[in-house]
Design a protein around this ligand. Structure first.
Ligand SMILES: [Zn+2]
Length: 66
């Protein structure tokens, strides 16, 4: 049994039936996940393309070491 990392409801997928790189969707919250590895099963949330670049711009509080 596989749980949704987002809402923890049961995802209706079997580990044996998915392959790496496959996209599965949670029937409860509608979030899409990519299967990273199947053994153990690891899911990576498929991010929306917008507003995804913000994370890399975090460079504050650093570089003032003089
Ligand atoms: Zn969910």
């Amino acid at each position: 049994m596989v749980q949704c990392p987002e809402c923890e409801s049961d995802l209706d997928i079997e580990v044996d039936e998915v392959d790496e790189g496959e996209i599965v969707s949670c029937p409860e919250c509608g979030t899409d996940f990519e299967v990273v590895t199947t053994n153990p099963l690891e899911l990576n949330r498929v991010a929306e393309e917008e507003a995804d670049e913000d994370e890399e711009e975090e460079e504050s509080e650093d570089g003032d070491y003089s």
